[in-house]
Design a protein around this ligand. Structure first.
Ligand code: ZN
Length: 148
């Protein structure tokens, strides 16, 4: 169990240190900003859709290690996914983080690294911020999203 815990931590540290898809898209067709007042995390998520699929996704902003790692893991995971799968994954991650379910390792893949966050309820919003912002971008929300 400790090995697993170390593995989770390594994934978070790695994605915080070298976030994937951390840049601006040239011509995004969806974009949303998210803000977690509890911690001060601020993210912008940009998307390019192609049919019913996320063709490209990127994020920018600043925040704590968990918020950045979660956004990085998310962009890596949802790129190329169909929108229905993205929404299903969002529910799965939310359930995992809040402890509502243990999640399906086959669906979650590397996102399982976020499992440890649920032991720190104050940090759950850090981890869910990127996902809320992604959904807001998909739904075309014009106003910044707040986790409050
Ligand atoms: Zn945070």
């Amino acid at each position: 169990m400790n090995d697993l815990r170390d593995l989770y931590r390594d994934v978070i540290v790695d994605h915080n240190r070298a976030p994937r898809n951390f840049h601006r898209l040239e011509a995004p067709d969806h974009e949303a900003q998210g803000f977690n007042a509890l911690c001060g995390d601020k993210l912008t998520v940009q998307l390019k859709l192609d049919g019913g699929r996320i063709a490209d996704v990127a994020f920018e902003g600043s925040g704590c290690a968990i918020s950045v790692a979660s956004a990085s893991l998310m962009t890596e995971r949802v790129k190329g996914l169909e929108l229905a799968a993205v929404r299903a994954l969002h529910s799965e991650v939310h359930a995992l983080l809040t402890g509502a379910s243990d999640g399906d390792p086959r669906t979650l893949g590397k996102l399982e690294a976020l499992r440890g966050v649920r032991e720190y309820p104050a940090r759950v919003k850090c981890a869910t911020l990127a996902w809320h912002t992604l959904l807001a971008a998909l739904d075309g929300a014009a106003r910044p999203v707040s986790t409050e």
